[in-house]
Design a protein around this ligand. Structure first.
Ligand code: ATP
Ligand code: MG
Length: 567
């Protein structure tokens, strides 16, 4: 039943695909499907942007179209080149390629200026001399009409003259703005003579000091779509109320025969236990609450990457959640599920001990060592097996031993037996302690006939527990960082009475710097992913790991520990 339902769902189109297919059927835009991803370069991309990227690029892929990467860089005060570079890297990492070179709204400043002049000449825009507070006080409310500016009916000549002088830098910031002349009584507040241009005597990251007037988002965005021949301009729901304005601007500059972009809105992605506001993410970075934008706890694409997420798992997640027309919150566990699903198939299993406890196998010869054979991934036989060294001294996890073990403790305890994965059965004979009573070592014996895979009776003998281990003299040292969710509340940004920072999880990072890893990982390359047996999925940190001093990040535990912990 469920399977049937799933295939049915897979086959049905989402509402944006339905729109596109209808357009294609009517041969609208000569069958072109041209989308764009338009980030403002004022922060690093987050998982919400990833949703938008997968959607825009995915639609173009599905319908043989193209996608532009366009930087919406109309706000010179907040934008930086670092963000431009990170955004390009993130889009590529997710597995997408934009059409040609990246575009910049700032490349269109000249054209936008000419169109503004055209709109003034059509009598549909005017220069307002009032300060911004007065302009906003005249806006009215949704139920109360606004008040027309005394400058609204200036002559076209006067407006042209003033706008040109604005451009030439003759006025101070805030002294004048250009406004569209639409309707101060419109029930849609965005149609009440919105501002098209403001004066900012600021250097821009690309145009330098060439301009001191900058177009507002609504004017720049739609016209940039038009310049690029975008057919379907997909954006998030909060822009639905801007759509009449998007269309009004377009009507004022549109030329018959051109592609007319159509704005389509979908619900933005919200994730539980996650904040998605760039301003708040920036605050975490600036206050050093996290270690930069790509801190593995950040919901940024670069953070997920560093944490060990795969592009495929993020794309799969974006696909699974689909597109909605109403705001909703997606459980972050779904993203983690998509990740585990991918890593389970692709990440080789290896042995690593985070909190080592030394075991001396007293009946194993001192100078002997042997190699045991172990499969790399039971989910993927094609990647075969590897050899791991075994010797008289090994490490197991401190947690895997208890001196006064309860009955149900199926790991190692005095007098009890366990199997060392892919090797022998050992029995704990003696617990060695220091003068303060801390356990320092265990003396064990091994069943000489019990080697896994050797075919003997003892090799098939069942014992309750199987432990991961590494050979002490062969193991390599590593630092391992265990990450957990950054917030302990499902909706950390949703409380009016509390700051989101109050919900930071104090245990979101635990560092283990005395870990012992099997020697096969000696030359592990940054970003390689593994399953540390029984511990979770891990990856080599792309920033801090070096040959000889390896650093691993835990991507996710093997199971979702939160569903139990918090419910
Ligand atoms: P702001 O405009 O407040 O700086 P933003 O999150 O809208 O933040 P943009 O850089 O403007 O950032 O976003 C680029 C694109 O990504 C836009 O098309 C936007 O609609 C989309 N986007 C942003 N956040 C989400 C989200 N949570 N879910 C889906 N799409 C998103
Ligand atoms: Mg935005």
């Amino acid at each position: 039943m469920t399977e049937h339902k799933e295939t049915e769902e897979k086959r049905s189109l989402n509402f944006i695909e339905s729109i596109i297919e209808e357009d294609l059927k009517n041969n609208k835009n000569q069958g072109a499907v041209y989308t764009r991803f338009p980030p403002e370069p004022n922060g690093y991309l987050h998982i919400g942007h990833a949703k938008s990227i997968c959607l825009n690029f995915g639609l173009a892929q599905k319908y043989n179209g193209r996608t532009n990467l366009r930087f919406d860089d109309t706000n010179p005060t907040k934008e930086e080149v670092e963000y431009v570079d990170s955004i390009k890297e993130d889009v590529n990492w997710l597995g997408f390629e934009w059409e040609g070179e990246p575009r910049f709204a700032s490349d269109y400043f000249e054209q936008l200026y000419e169109w503004a002049v055209k709109i003034i000449k059509q009598g549909a825009a005017y220069v307002d001399d009032q300060p911004s507070e007065v302009i906003s006080s005249q806006k009215g409310t949704p139920t109360q009409p606004g008040v027309e500016s005394p400058y609204r009916n200036r002559s076209i000549e006067k407006n042209l003259n003033l706008f040109e002088r604005m451009k030439n830098g003759e006025f101070d910031e805030g002294e004048k703005v250009l406004r569209a002349k639409i309707d101060m009584t419109s029930p849609n507040m965005h149609m009440r003579d919105p501002i098209m241009y403001r004066i900012l005597h600021q250097e821009h990251h690309r145009t330098g000091n060439k301009w001191c007037i900058y177009p507002m988002y609504d004017f720049a965005h739609g016209q940039s779509d038009y310049i690029e021949g975008i057919t379907h301009s997909v954006c998030t729901l909060e822009f639905e109320v801007h759509r009449p304005l998007y269309e009004w601007f377009l009507e004022n500059v549109y030329q018959e025969g051109d592609i007319k972009p159509r704005q389509i809105e979908f619900a933005r992605l919200n994730l539980s236990y996650t904040i998605m506001s760039k301003r708040k993410l920036l605050e975490l970075v600036q206050k050093n609450i996290v270690n930069g934008w790509d801190d593995p706890r950040m919901p940024t694409i670069s953070g997920f990457r560093r944490r060990g997420y795969t592009p495929a798992s993020i794309r799969k997640f974006a696909d699974t959640i689909g597109v909605a027309k109403r705001d909703n919150v997606i459980d972050v566990a779904l993203l983690e599920h998509s990740l585990r699903d991918d890593l389970n198939k692709t990440a080789p299993r290896v042995m690593a001990v985070l909190n080592p406890l030394k075991i001396i196998i007293t009946n194993y010869p001192e100078d002997k060592e042997e190699w045991v054979n172990i499969e790399n991934n039971p989910e993927d036989e094609a990647i075969g097996t590897r050899e791991m060294p075994f010797s008289r001294e090994i490490y197991i996890e401190q947690d895997d031993f208890m001196e006064d073990a309860p009955k149900k403790f199926f790991r190692l305890a005095p007098g009890k037996e366990v199997r060392l994965k892919a090797a022998y059965i050992i029995k704990c004979e003696k617990v060695i302690k220091d003068t303060e009573g801390n356990i320092t070592e265990l003396y064990c014996t091994y069943d000489t006939e019990s080697k896994s895979g050797s075919g003997t009776e003892a090799s098939k003998r069942k014992v309750k527990g199987t432990l991961h281990w590494v050979s002490a003299k062969h193991a390599i040292d590593a630092e391992v960082r265990l990450y957990d969710r950054l917030f302990i509340d499902e909706d950390p940004a949703g409380r009016k009475d509390k700051d989101f920072k109050e919900f930071i999880n104090p245990e979101s990072l635990k560092v283990f710097n005395n870990c012992k890893i099997e020697p096969n990982l000696k030359n592990a390359e940054p970003e390689t992913k593994y399953q540390f047996q029984r511990l979770g999925y891990f990856c080599v940190d792309r920033r801090d790991s070096k040959p000889g001093s390896l650093v691993f990040n835990r991507t996710v535990p093997l199971k979702d520990s939160w569903s139990k912990k918090n419910k």
